[in-house]
Design a protein around this ligand. Sequence first.
Ligand code: ADP
Ligand code: MG
Length: 457
Amino acid sequence: MKLDVDVLRYLSKDDFRVLTAVEMGMRNHEIVPSDLIGRIASLKHGGTYKVLKNLLKHKLVHHDSSKYDGFRLTYLGYDFLAIKTMVNRGVFTAVGRQIGVGKESDIFEVSNEDGTVMAMKLHRLGRTSFRAVKSKRDYLRHRSSFNWLYLSRLAALKEFAFMKALEEHGFPVPNAVDCNRHCVVMSLIQGYPLVQVKQLQNPETVFETIIGLVVRLAEHGLIHCDFNEFNIMIDDDEKVTMIDFPQMVSVSHRNAQMYFDRDIECIFKFFGKRFNLSFEQCSDDIDDDESSRPSFSSITKTAGFLDKELAASGFTRKDEDDIQKFIEGDVEEDDVSDDEHDSELCQTNIKGFDSLHLDQEESTSRCNEEGEGQVVEILQSPEVGQSGDPESQNLSSNEGDENDDTELVKSLAKQRRRAMAAARKGHHKNSTSRNSYKDKGGKSSNNSKIQKQLASW
Ligand code: ADP
Ligand code: MG
C-alpha cells in the first residue's frame, strides 16, 4: 500500500466526514460498529455505507466483522486526516517524496504556497505491536481505544513540544512548525544523517560539538536516549543538527545515568571507528573520569528546566507517563497478520508527483508543479475536525479541531503562526531536492526506495 496522496483529490466532503466519524468512534472502540459510524457522521441522505465502501477501496479504513460489523482507521486513513488538517490550516499545500523511514516514522517533504520545503514526520508508534500493547498492559486494560492512534499522537506531540523547547533554548534542532494527530511538520534540514558521512574536514570539532550537546542537554535536565549517528544531521559546513525526540527522558529518570552513558558511548564508538579519533587527544577538556567520558554525576543538572515550555506546547506529565510506559515496556511481537503488514502498516510510499485537486466542489484549484513535478499539490478545503463524545454527538458541519482543549488549540495555533513566520524567513524557496546534494562519500540513502522496517519494542 502506498501513501497515494493522489487519492486525496478524489475524496469528497462526505468521505472525510465518515473518516472522521471512524476516528471519533475509535476513542471508545477498537473496531467502530458500522451503525455508530452512521450515527456520528449523520449524513443528510444516509449513504454512510456507500462512503465506507469507497474508503475501504482506498484502504483508508479496515473492515472487521469478526465480532460485529465494524471498521477501524488504517494508518493511511489517519495520515489523510492529518494531512487534510494541515492543508486546511495552510501549513503546506503539497506533499513530495519520502525522505526518511525510521523505526517508528515515515518522513516526507512537503511544501507551502511560497515553495518553502519542509519535513513532515508521520509517527508510527506501535506500528507492529499496538494490538499486543492493548492486550498485555495493565494501564491499557480499561481503555479499549488506547491504541496506536493515541500512542502515535502522543509521540508527535512530545516531539513537537521538545523541539520547540529545545529551539527556544538555543539547541540546534529543526524549527517546529506544526503538529496535528501523529504528524509533525518541521523545517527541512539541509544535510545528511551522520551515518552517511564518510569524511569530515574537522572530525574533532564535530565530535566535541556533539558531546557538548549531550552534556548541555543534561544540564537542561534532559537525555536524548537515542543519540547516535542516525539522529544527528550534518550539513556541508559541518554544522550539526539533532533530530528525533520522542524517547527523551528527564535526568531524574531512574535509568538516567545508563541512558546518558549510552548516548555518550555511541558517539565515542562511532567517531573512533569511522574517523579514527583517538579520544585521549581530542577530548581532554571534557574528560573527567578514567575512561575519558564526560561523567553524568559531575554535570550540574537542572531537572524541570524545560517544563514550562513543554507544558506550553500542550504536553502534560500524564502524556509523558503514558508514553514512557509504552516505550519502556516489553511488547511482544504482535498478532497482526502478514497480509495486514503488507497492506497497510509497512510500505508507505508516494505515488506519482502530479498535481491534485482535493474536494473540488469546495476548493479553488491550484496547480504548482515544481522542478520535475515532484510535488503533489493539495488544495484548500474546510477543515475536517472532531469534537466531543462520539457516542452522544454527531459531527456538525463546522467541526472544531481534534483537540477538545481550546486552550491547547489556541496555544498551538499561536506557535504555528510564529513558526510559519520563522520558516518563511529562514527557509525560503528551497525547491532543491536533497537527492541532488553532493554525497559526502557515504552510502546513498536510497530514498527513492521504500524500505520495509518493522520494529518490535
Ligand atoms: P525515527 O524516529 O523513525 O528514527 P527520525 O526523526 O530519526 O525518525 O527521522 C528518520 C530520518 O528522516 C532521518 O534519519 C533523516 O534522514 C530524515 N529526517 C528526519 N527529520 C528530518 C528533517 N527535519 N530534515 C531532513 N531530514 C529529516
Ligand atoms: Mg531516528
